[in-house]
Design a protein. Structure first.
Length: 351
């Protein structure tokens, strides 16, 4: 048991979800009779549940990829894993596949926020004994509990969105990793819109948007902070439903939010951001009535995170100063002469 305890100590020393995932697989890989360990990502594409390997063993070394799930050629429909599908559907804590060619497979789904997006897959050369299952479940439960603690530290307490301190890491991982060059990366609910509005020559890029609730101070002053908090929670819910699972949404504090929209075209970005704006406009907020938002966005292909945030912020405040309840694209404002480009980081005022 000593090697397991040493690995658990190492595992809980990580402060990053991906490194923690690699660490738990490394721990499991060292147990006797284990042939293979993988972390599988569960996602939906075109309304169909899929699964793909995200972390696995290659030549004896654990490797991990953060490529987009729907662009991964190894993805498969979840129906090809019936025992895992039934496990998720029935909210079971584990599933065993039918033995095949001397391989016995155990699946352990990771439940977070009442859903499964990750599952550990453990394959060994002999049937899983009751003792082995107890050991595996013990390691897994430590891992899942620590994942929950990490997730809690990264979330805004009121809305459940990512908080400000996680932005830099997420920005680096999701917008500066070169994924924009993948032409097939438009997925989920945006695919049909892309086909309808985008030309074949329109490049796929990453986008950053800053969102601000219009006249939010008046909501707090007129109805009180409890209703103000309810508006923030409902706006967060509309944000979640308006974007895809692999986009990233942050609450930056107060009434300001940031969205990282991944791998889509400018035409689709305009359409998706405006769809969100209209969803807020048409929603009836209890007691408060109608609420609107203003939004400024920019491509993440040029400049540092501070510069990109500053450009989106400039576009946002142009929207707020010219009528509110609208979406403004930074490059359009610069091209039309309505905004001047700011070069120095010192000139950018953020929030």
């Amino acid at each position: 048991m000593k090697p397991i305890l040493q690995n658990l100590v190492e595992m809980t020393g990580h402060r990053d979800h991906l490194r923690l995932e690699v660490s738990v697989l490394s721990t499991l890989q060292k147990l006797s009779s284990i042939i293979e360990v993988r972390a599988l990502e569960l996602f939906t594409e075109g309304g169909v549940p899929h699964v793909r390997p995200r972390t696995w063993v290659d030549n004896g070394q654990l490797v991990s990829t953060d490529s987009e799930a729907a662009a991964d050629p190894r993805r498969e429909p979840l129906d090809q894993y019936p025992a895992l599908r039934d496990c998720v559907d029935n909210r079971s804590e584990r599933a065993l596949a039918s033995p095949r060619r001397g391989r016995h497979v155990l699946w352990l789904p990771v439940w977070m926020h009442d859903k499964v997006s990750t599952c550990l897959e453990i394959t060994q050369s002999r049937p899983f004994s009751a003792h082995k299952l107890d050991v595996l479940m013990g390691v897994f439960q430590v891992y899942q509990n620590y994942q929950s603690l990490l997730d809690y530290s990264e979330r805004d307490a009121l809305t459940g969105l990512f908080n400000r301190k996680t932005f830099d890491e997420q920005f680096s991982r999701y917008t500066m990793s070169g994924l924009a060059s993948r032409s097939g990366a438009v997925t989920e609910s945006f695919a049909a819109e892309e086909t309808a509005v985008a030309s074949d020559n329109e490049p796929v890029q990453q986008w950053l948007a800053v969102v601000d609730i219009d006249h939010f101070k008046q909501v707090n002053d007129r109805f009180g902070h409890l209703y103000g908090d309810e508006v923030l929670i409902l706006i967060a819910n509309i944000l979640r439903s308006s974007f895809r699972s692999h986009d990233r949404i942050f609450r930056f504090g107060g009434e300001e939010f940031v969205v990282l929209l991944r791998s889509t075209t400018l035409s689709t970005a305009h359409k998706v951001f405006n769809r969100f704006r209209l969803a807020v406009q048409e929603y009836h907020f209890p007691q408060v009535g109608q609420v609107t938002v203003s939004l400024g966005f920019v491509s993440t292909t040029r400049g540092s995170p501070v510069e990109i945030l500053g450009q989106a912020d400039q576009a946002l405040y142009y929207a707020k100063e010219h009528g509110r309840n609208q979406v403004c694209f930074y490059d359009d404002l610069v091209a039309s002469g309505q905004l001047a480009t700011k070069v120095a980081n010192d000139d950018v005022e953020l929030f």
